[in-house]
Design a protein around this ligand. Sequence first.
Ligand code: FAD
Ligand code: FES
Ligand code: FES
Length: 471
Amino acid sequence: MDLLQPSNIIYVNGKKTIISNVDHDITVLDLIRTNLKLSGTKEGCAEGDCGACSILLHDGLNSELKPVNSCLVRVGQVVGKGIVTIEGVGNDIAPHPIQTAFSEENASQCGYCTPGFIISGISLFNSNKKINDDTINDAISGNLCRCTGYSPIIKAIKVASKLRKPLKTIKFLEHNKDIKLGNVTYYNPKNLEEMLKLTAHENYNFLAGGTDLNLRRPIVNEKKNVIICLDSIVELKINKITNDNLIIGSCVSIEGFLEIVKNKIPQLVEILQRFGSPQIRNQGTIGGNISTSSPIGDLAPVLLALNSKINLFGHNGDTSVLLRDFYLGYRKNILKKDQIIRSIEIPLPNGGYKFFCWKLSKRYDQDISTISLSIYLKTKNNIIEDIHIAAGGVAEIPKYLESLCKIMTGKTIEVSILTAINQIDKFVQPISDLRGTSNYRIESLKGLFKRLEKCLKENSNTMSIMDFKDE
Ligand SMILES: Cc1cc2nc3c(=O)[nH]c(=O)nc-3n(C[C@H](O)[C@H](O)[C@H](O)COP(=O)(O)OP(=O)(O)OC[C@H]3O[C@@H](n4cnc5c(N)ncnc54)[C@H](O)[C@@H]3O)c2cc1C
Ligand code: FES
Ligand code: FES
C-alpha cells in the first residue's frame, strides 16, 4: 500500500521543520538532540523514569501543552504535531520568568535535570489547574534531581507562578501524518475503516501512546515494517457518560481518564494520580494499559472489581467480552492479530455499595505497583451481602478472585475478613521479584484487608494509602 503525499513536517519551537534522513527507530529525543542539534533537552534513563528529556507536545489547534518524555515517543508519532523544547522557552537574552527564578532561587546545581523541571513547571502554567503545593508536586513527580534537592526547585516554580506566564504556541493544521522512515512506515489512520484496510499488510504493530511498546528497542524488526498509530482514530476517543456507566474510548489518555472519573468514580483518583507521572499519563492510554496485559497494570484490578466489559473491533466487526475473560496468561490476551480494543465499558458504582482501591509501590509517585487490591462490596446489618475483589501483582495475570469472594459472602464483616486473611494464600500465588518477595505480597494483602475492616467499621470511604499512620 503506497502512501498518498506523505507529510514530513514537525513544528519545533514554532518553526516548520522538515524531517529527512531519519532512521525508523529513533526517538524524538534523538531527533532533537542529534539531528536538530537542540541539545538543551537531556537524556538520563531513556526509559521514562527521570524526566530529563521532557518536552511539550501540542496539536496546533489550542494552547494546551502536554509534557511528555521525548525518549518514549517515536518520530513517526509526532509528524504533523508541534513540540516545544527548552530552547523554545527562553534564552540568556530573553529568559522566561521560570528560568530566571531557577537561577535566582539556586534551583540548579549540575543542571542536568533543570530543563526537564522547567518544562514541567511551564506545563502547569499553560494548564487550567490552580497552582498550589499539590499541583506543583504532581507536575514535577516525573522529574528526578540528584543534587540540588527539591525545596529550591519548588520555591522557584512558586516564585514564577506569581506571574504565571504561559507559553504562546503557533496555530497550524496538518492532516496527513503518514511517514516512511527508513524501512518502516508509520500510518496514522483517521477512522476504523482506514485502520482495517491497513491490516492487509503482512506485518504490523499497533501503537497507541508508546509508553510500553517504545521501551522495546528496536520497536520493529526487519519483518514488522508497518506501525499503525491508533492516536488519530476518531472513534477511539469517543466517550459516552450515562447515569449507569462510562464508555471510554481506548485511546483516551490516562490523564484524560482521570479528568472524566473525578466526579463519577472519585475512588479512582488517587490510583490515577499515582500512575507514572504527568509525562506518562499524557502519552499512555487506557487501551494500551489493558492490552499490555501486565499483571501489575494499575487499571485492570479496578476495572475487574467493577465488572467492566471491553468492546473489540476487527475484521469480524464489533464484539464484546467481560474483562474477566480477556487475559490468557503472562502478557497474553484474547486479541486476534487484526483486533483492537475499541472502548471500555465501566459500570458506575451503585449507591448501596462501597468501593475501595489501593496500590502499594516502592515509591508513592512514578512507580508501578508491587500489589494492588480493589474491592466493591455491599453490607447490611454488619453482613457482607455481595463482594467483588480483584488484585494485581498476585499471579501471572490481573486476577478477579471469584472463589475468595464466595467464601467472604454472607458472613459478618469481622468473620469474613478474618477468613480472607487466614486463607489468602489459597487464592493468590505471588512471585518474588525485585519489587517484593512473595511473602511480602501476601502480608501486604492481609494488611489491606485489615484496612478494609477499619474503613467499614468507621463507615469511612477513606482510600489513601497514606491515611493510616498509626497502623
Ligand atoms: C516510567 C513509566 C511509568 C509507568 N507507570 C505506570 C503505572 O504507574 N501504572 C501502570 O499501570 N502502568 C505504568 N506504566 C506502563 C504504561 O505507561 C501503561 O501501561 C500505558 O497505559 C500503556 O499505554 P500506551 O498507550 O502507551 O501503550 P502502547 O505502548 O502504545 O501499547 C502497548 C501495547 O498495547 C497494544 N495496544 C495499544 N493500544 C491498543 C488498543 N486500543 N487495542 C489493542 N492493542 C493496543 C500495542 O500494540 C502494544 O502491544 C509506566 C510506564 C513507564 C515507562
Ligand atoms: S531520559 Fe529519562 S525520562 Fe527520558
Ligand atoms: S541539578 Fe543536578 S540533577 Fe538536578
